[in-house]
Design a protein. Structure first.
Length: 164
């Protein structure tokens, strides 16, 4: 973490409640063997991923939805409706050139617990051919997550930016 800019904040400023949005990145190291450089910072997925199917399914998550199917089952939030403003999927060679890195960058005005990790789990299930975009859309519309979609592990997730 590094400080890019600093200035005085208003008296009523609150680091959590004054935020207008956040951006998270979920990283997947997609090769047969995991790089020791990425093992702590990205999920290792040894199976080939269909990134075309992932790109297609990712578009379904953008917009205002009830995220019941993609959040913690036990929650005391008033509403599970949130607006995802952007979901970018990218793939590139890792910095050392010894593996494929797939990244899901998700921006929203607010997130629920496990929301980004659940989205990542859904996109990975699509990429592995275990489910499809129609099942994702059904989960968003009904609030019922298919058993094949799991919450991805935490170590692939990074908070990239808080928007004020």
């Amino acid at each position: 973490m590094r400080v890019i800019d600093a200035r005085p904040a208003p008296e009523d400023f609150h680091a959590r409640y004054s935020a207008k949005g956040k951006t998270y990145c979920y990283r997947v190291f997609n090769e047969r063997f995991v790089s020791p450089f990425w093992a702590r910072y990205a999920l290792h997925e040894p199976r080939a991923l269909d990134t075309g199917a992932i790109f297609e399914a990712a578009t379904l998550f953008v917009g205002e939805h009830d995220w019941t199917a993609f959040s913690a089952a036990q929650s005391d939030v008033k509403t599970r409706v949130r607006r995802v403003t952007r979901l970018d999927v990218s793939e590139r060679r890792s910095s050392r050139g010894r593996g494929r890195l797939v990244e899901f960058s998700v921006s929203a005005e607010g997130f629920l617990r496990y929301m980004v990790r659940s989205i990542a789990g859904a996109l990975l299930a699509v990429g592995r051919g275990e489910t499809n975009a129609a099942a994702i859309l059904h989960a968003i519309e009904t609030g019922q997550r298919p058993h094949i979609i799991t919450t991805a592990p935490a170590h692939g997730l990074t908070l990239v930016e808080v928007h004020y």
